[in-house]
Design a binder for this molecule. Sequence first.
Ligand code: PGA
Length: 264
Amino acid sequence: MAGSIRKPLVAGNWKMNGTSGSLDEARKIAEGAQSFADSVDVMLCPPATLIARMDLRCAGTDLLLGGQDCHHDGSGAHTGDISAEMLVDAGASAVILGHSERRVDHKETSQAVAEKAAAAHRAGLTALVCVGETDIERRSGQADNVVGEQVRLSLPQTTTGQNVVIAYEPVWAIGTGVTPTTNDISEMHGVMRNMLADRFGEAVAASMRILYGGSVKPGNAAQLLRIDNVDGALVGGASLTAKDFLAILGAYVSRAAEPAAAEA
Ligand code: PGA
C-alpha cells in the first residue's frame, strides 16, 4: 500500500451466518471501526435478511454494507433470487459476486459473474468480484492462468477503478487456516494489476482495489495486509465477532503505517 492512491477496504463476509441476535455484534464492529475510518473502509456483508436491519442498527457510523450475491435482472419471475436494486433498497453499497462457494454450489461461471457485476453497476453498487485457484490448479502450475482467465471473464465493460473491487481468494485457503506465501500473493496481485492495465488502462488498474481473502485472522493480518499490491482483505470466519474483526483492523492499520514489503 505504500504510496498508494487506493484506500484499503476490509470487508467481512458473514456467509450463511447470522440472525437478528447478531445485530449487537454488528453494532460493536461498526462502533469499534470508527477509530479506523480515516485509514480504512470497513464493510460487512451479512445474509440478505439482515441488511436492512443492520443498516438501521449501525446508523450514524461509517460501516458499509454489502450483499453476497445478486441476480442479473432488476426484477421478475426468479423465485428465491434478489436483485441489485433490492440490495440498494435494503441499504447495501456493494455486493460480493463470484465467491468460490457460489461458483461451486451454484455452478456460477465467470460469464454469469460478469452479468451480475453489470447489474450491480446498473443499480449503483460496487461489485466485489472474487477469483482464486483450487489446490490442484496451483500444484499443477495453473494458478496464474486460472485466475487471469477469471479476472478477464468476470469483469463487465462497465468496470471502472471505483465500481469494482477484486478479491483474490485461493480456494484452498478459505476456511482452512492455510495461507499462501507473501511472495505468491504479491505475484498474483501483480499479475492481476497488469491484466487490468492491459484491458482497462493504467488509470483503472492503479485505482482498483485488490483484496486478499482466505484465512485472514488477527494473528496473520498485519503480515498479509502489508504485502505490496494488497489493498485490504475479505474476511470470512474472523468477521463474525467484533473481537477478531476489530483486531484484524487494528493490526492492519498499525502495520500499514510501516513500509510495504513483498517478502515478510
Ligand atoms: P475465511 O473465508 O476467512 O473464513 O477463510 C474467506 C472468504 O471465504 O471470503
